[in-house]
Design a binder for this molecule. Structure first.
Ligand code: AMP
Ligand code: MG
Length: 501
């Protein structure tokens, strides 16, 4: 049954469908028996220039469950391939997502509007094409938290309960997420055509993403090499920013790496609590492939797969020179990641120098490394440790010291840190720390509590309170102490996340 179209227009355009004819299947969303709006992102709707007058909750629940499409929607499921945990799957694709179209936001940027959980597509394989309330709200919450932390990410525009049960280990209430993304082109999109040796398709795709995401690359002598460099640079910055806030993506398969440089696909992701570089939460990541500390090397591995897809475009024939050029680009990744990491860590220590924002001295490098060493041996909460340095700058360690067991080590480190303040007033250091280090992250026990209330009791109050807190992660609020506290250790040692399928 095709969904009816309603008189609403979202001013959608269709550059992907228009320019990349063989890259998708046209599919209608499945009807939702009894849609009800769980959450709508008004701030994002403003950014997108949506006319909120006509978007009543009733209309929103129909439009963003896929029940009734805006008259300018043209729903498509995009095809892609991907390496999942290192194994190549030649065909994946949107098995439960549909791109409705793109709109140009208030800043002139083209953004994809897509439904996730809207039913089966030709790429669903064995899946039901559906999503459950819990994982939908999880993606909503964590994406918005990442955005508030200043990290490039897809966003959530709406979450709608479908009124239908979806079968997982047990029946769960179903929902559809409306996802907004710079685009949904992934490393896996390139891999799909590379695996089929469809070089002209690859060229079209590369030209499309250059135009959409890396327009400067088109001015370069070799635009495809410049594209590779651009993607590598954005991933280096992105992964550094994840790690600076303790974020673990959890499923960095090549189909979950966006060419735009946004964080995409919040499945088994989680924030680290006490600092441990090998932390893994995903129930299926037995080998720790996507552990916290492995994220830069996995990103590089994924980029190498991306580079392979571009080889036929980099020169007419396979040549050693082409390979050497691509390799040279990949070799810039780790140094770039390190640079972003140390610049970010220096800022988190309150030591950023606005006159030389890129410079990190040897003693600052050592200070950062030794800080992490201290956090590891003392098993300190990663978020609080950085944040409470603000108090230490102000001269009291009453909040910082209780986080540590080895006080002599901490004091010796603090002494070295103070020596590097270089005459910057303490108050300035303290406010720099508060601006660079969140107090509130979506802590796993709070996320689970909020999702359980929403999913099991249709009670959205805990979700909304948590969302509000993580949307202003840097501003301390006396009434929100609970949201800043780590989970009980027993919770974290047992904690596992799931892919949300
Ligand atoms: P993910 O782990 O969410 O990145 O998904 C990997 C692949 O499985 C993608 O091609 C998804 O579209 C597909 N997939 C995940 N869940 C479902 C589902 N419930 N029904 C159909 N396809 C799914
Ligand atoms: Mg995915």
């Amino acid at each position: 049954m095709n969904p009816s179209k309603i008189a609403i227009s979202l001013n959608l355009e269709h550059s992907y469908a228009d320019q990349l004819a063989d890259f998708f299947a046209s599919v209608s969303p499945a009807p939702a028996p009894k849609p009800s709006l769980l959450q709508f992102n008004k701030t994002l709707a403003c950014e997108l220039g949506l006319d909120q007058q006509e978007l009543t909750p009733e209309v929103l629940s129909h439009v963003f469950s896929g029940n009734e499409l805006p008259r300018d929607a043209q729903p498509i499921a995009q095809v892609y391939a991907g390496h999942q945990f290192g194994n190549f799957v030649p065909q994946l694709g949107d098995g439960r997502a549909l791109l409705l179209g793109e709109l140009i936001d208030q800043q002139g940027n083209r953004r994809d509007i897509a439904l996730k959980g809207s039913g089966r597509t030709p790429f669903s394989r064995g899946g039901d094409g559906k999503a459950a309330v819990g994982p939908v709200l999880r993606e909503y919450l964590i994406g918005e938290a990442m955005h508030a932390l200043g990290i490039p990410t897809t966003r959530a525009l709406a979450a709608v309960a479908t009124g239908e049960r979806v079968m997982r280990e047990r029946p769960l209430p179903g929902a559809v997420l409306t996802r907004v993304a710079a685009s949904h082109v992934r490393v896996g999109t390139f891999q799909y055509f590379a695996a089929r040796r469809q070089v002209e398709h690859l060229r079209k795709l590369a030209d499309y993403v250059i135009q959409r995401h890396y327009p400067k690359a088109s001015e370069s002598e070799n635009p495809y090499l410049a594209l590779l460099q651009g993607v590598a640079d954005r991933q280096a910055a992105l992964v550094a920013r994840w790690m600076l806030v303790g974020f673990i993506h959890g499923v960095m398969n090549t189909d979950n790496m966006a060419i735009s440089g946004e964080t995409i696909d919040y499945g088994p992701c989680a924030f680290m609590e006490s600092y441990h570089p090998e932390t893994v939460f995903s129930s299926i990541d037995h080998a720790g492939r996507y552990a916290y500390i492995n994220q830069p090397s996995v990103a590089l591995w994924n980029l190498a797969r991306f580079a392979e897809t571009l080889l036929p475009l980099l020169s007419e024939e396979d040549s050693d020179d082409t390979l050497a050029e691509a390799t040279a680009v990949l070799e810039t990744f780790m140094p770039a990641f390190q640079r972003h990491w140390y610049i970010g860590a220096k800022a988190k220590l309150g030591l950023a120098n606005p006159n030389e924002p890129e410079s990190v001295s040897d003693s600052e490098h050592e200070l950062v490394d030794d800080w992490l060493g201290l956090l590891t041996t003392n098993e300190v909460d990663y978020t609080l440790a950085w944040r409470q340095l603000a108090e230490a700058a102000d001269g009291t360690v009453s909040k910082l010291a209780p986080l540590f067991r080895e006080h002599d080590q901490l004091n010796a480190w603090l002494e070295r840190w103070r020596r590097l303040h270089n005459g910057i007033p303490a108050s300035q250091i303290a406010s720099a720390i508060r601006a660079a280090n969140p107090l509130y992250i979506p802590r796993n026990h709070l996320v689970e509590e909020a999702l359980a209330a929403a999913s099991e009791n249709a009670d959205l109050a805990p979700f909304e309170s948590l969302l509000e807190v993580v949307q202003q992660p840097f501003d301390e609020k006396p009434e929100c102490t609970r949201y800043a506290m780590p989970a009980p250790t027993e919770f974290t040692t047992e904690y596992q996340t799931f892919c949300g399928t």
